[in-house]
Design a protein around this ligand. Structure first.
Ligand SMILES: Cc1cc2nc3c(=O)[nH]c(=O)nc-3n(C[C@H](O)[C@H](O)[C@H](O)COP(=O)(O)OP(=O)(O)OC[C@H]3O[C@@H](n4cnc5c(N)ncnc54)[C@H](O)[C@@H]3O)c2cc1C
Ligand code: SF4
Length: 499
């Protein structure tokens, strides 16, 4: 501990954001570049280096938070980077995108403001990349064993990096034209500039990981054939089936799945289109959903110069602070103003309508979407309360209702599907929520097949995907060599801290 009383004398200094109006004029990250570095030392000194660090337990990766806080407070960035990279393959992603359950579990947060753990993590990650503390680590020798990883989201990437570094010849197969999963085409550039992803992929290439894009395993390349020519296969295909909203008018032109809309906006950023084929410009937009995806649609629609944007959240407005049922150290559901809500003018000009159940979509004279009907959602079953129905003009509606697992039957966004495709070819079982069944060693289906990330866990977080990627790599290594030195931070049955 650098300063025993810093938690008492130094106030929390959150990461500085650019002015919302400036942000809306571009697609760059919302935070001020380099703003964390000058304050990181003082902020890290606020860490009390508790005997029982709950932050460490709340982080699925088991990040050694008090260790690196102390090192940053002592200006020893090289050692801090070594500690951080020992548990996290991609801290530049979690440092930007993680909801930071560690901060909810920080002992200081019991009656004061938590240490800015996530910002310090980011400062270390960025400094490590700039200072050459995070260089490629090619294996000293190859095992001669081949592993195929299907899916290039954070779970597949973490698994591949661990397996390559352990000496296995690892190839990542991705059906999309670019690597990255939801980091590439889900999360907008204003929350993660894609050159950061490219830099990490370049590092992985330099270590020996091979990437094959435009290959939908199960369709373009039979999954059983791929399994037969590999020594092990990791399925990390995400939870790619969008939940739908089966209400009258769903089929109208102008009603889109959020992920399709976000993908197109990201493709503009990648240079594939000059403007998005589904743009919010000049439109009255309604976003149905209350999570990260909905907030990303809001920020995107505002940057595309929508005429108005309204967000329907079916849940009632959460409390401003921890409710009694969500005591420290759990990560509580509280009212949050994301950067997108801030850009919309919130909380003063709140774009969200809480407890709003969407009842149907109405067409205008041209047959396209013209209005959305909604009602107050009852507490409990969240059904529309009779007599409360209203109509809001809208010519673009975005459905951000979350994802079911890749085995979920029915219409959805290009998942491999339950019938045929990868799931059938590998003999994978599908659980009740559409996720792929695996045992406590991440194994599922045919021998030598493993499942990691949202595909097995269901829709989750980047930090869990990376943790599962690291853990599945350990399981694969043990399967191939009979032993492993690779870390396994989580098991498939682990979950967030609860009381
Ligand atoms: C809009 C949005 C915003 C989000 N924001 C956050 C956030 O701020 N913080 C956070 O922690 N989490 C966030 N999440 C959740 C997070 O992105 C996911 O939990 C995480 O990406 C899951 O990682 P994954 O590797 O399991 O799967 P994914 O990232 O979904 O990657 C799976 C990959 O597999 C590929 N694939 C699928 N089938 C095949 C096949 N048959 N052959 C080859 N490839 C295939 C897919 O194309 C995809 O690239 C967000 C999610 C969305 C949608
Ligand atoms: S990965 Fe997330 S939970 Fe873990 S230390 Fe970083 S911000 Fe906290």
């Amino acid at each position: 501990m650098a300063d025993r009383m810093a938690f008492f004398t130094t106030p929390r200094h959150p990461r500085e954001r650019r002015d919302p109006q400036e942000r809306l004029g571009d697609w760059r990250e919302v935070y001020r570049e380099g703003a964390t570095l000058p304050v990181a030392g003082d902020q890290a000194a606020r860490c009390m280096d508790c005997g029982l660090p709950f932050c460490h337990h709340a982080c699925p990766l088991g990040n050694l938070v008090p260790d690196w806080n102390t090192l940053v407070a002592h200006d020893d960035w090289r050692a801090a980077a070594a500690r951080l990279l020992a548990t996290n393959n991609f801290p530049e992603f979690t440092g930007r995108l993680c909801p930071a359950p560690c901060e909810s579990a920080c002992v200081l947060a019991i009656d004061a403001e938590a240490v800015t753990i996530k910002n310090i993590e980011l400062a270390i990650a960025d400094r490590a990349l700039e200072s050459g503390y995070d260089l490629p680590q090619p294996p000293e020798r190859l095992t001669g064993l081949r592993v195929a990883v299907v899916g290039s989201g954070p779970a597949g990437l973490a698994a591949a990096q661990q397996l390559t570094r352990a000496g296995h010849t690892t190839t990542v197969y991705e059906r999309a034209d670019r690597i990255g999963g939801l980091l590439r085409y889900g999360i907008p550039a204003f929350r993660l500039e894609k050159h950061r992803l490219d830099r990490r992929i370049d590092q992985m290439r330099a270590e020996g990981t091979v990437f094959r894009t435009g290959v939908a395993v199960g369709h373009d390349l039979p999954a059983d054939e791929l399994r037969a020519r590999s020594d092990a296969l990791v399925v990390a295909v995400g939870a790619t089936r969008c939940r739908d909203l089966p209400v009258p008018g769903r089929e109208l032109a102008g009603v889109h799945q959020a992920i399709s809309y976000l993908t197109l906006a990201n493709r503009v950023d990648e240079g594939d289109y000059p403007v998005s084929p589904v743009s919010a410009e000049g439109r009255h937009v309604v976003i149905v959903g209350g999570g990260d995806t909905a907030a990303d649609c809001l920020g995107t629609a505002l940057r595309q110069r929508a005429a108005t944007v309204t967000q329907f959240d079916i849940n009632p407005r959460p409390p401003g602070r921890r409710a009694s049922g969500q005591p420290w150290p759990v990560h509580p559901k509280v009212y949050r103003v994301t950067t997108s809500h801030e850009e919309a003018g919130g909380p003063a000009a709140e774009p969200r309508v809480f407890a709003a159940a969407t009842v149907g979509f109405e067409a205008g004279p041209d047959g396209r979407l013209a209005a959305v009907r909604f009602a107050e959602a009852r507490r409990g079953d969240r059904s529309p309360r009779p007599g409360t129905e209203r109509t809001l003009p809208a010519d673009l509606a975005l459905l951000a209702l979350g994802f079911a697992g890749p085995g979920f039957p029915g219409a959805g966004f290009s998942g491999p599907g339950r019938d045929g495709g990868l799931v059938g070819q590998l003999g994978l079982a599908v659980g009740p929520r559409g996720t792929l069944v695996r045992d406590e060693e991440f194994a599922g289906g045919a021998d030598g097949v493993f499942v990691a990330g949202d595909a097995g866990r269901g829709q989750s977080l980047i930090v869990w995907a990376i943790a599962e990627g690291r853990a599945v790599a350990a399981a694969v290594d043990r399967h191939l060599r009979g032993r492993t030195e690779l870390p396994a931070p989580v098991s498939p049955s682990d979950g967030p801290l609860t009381v």
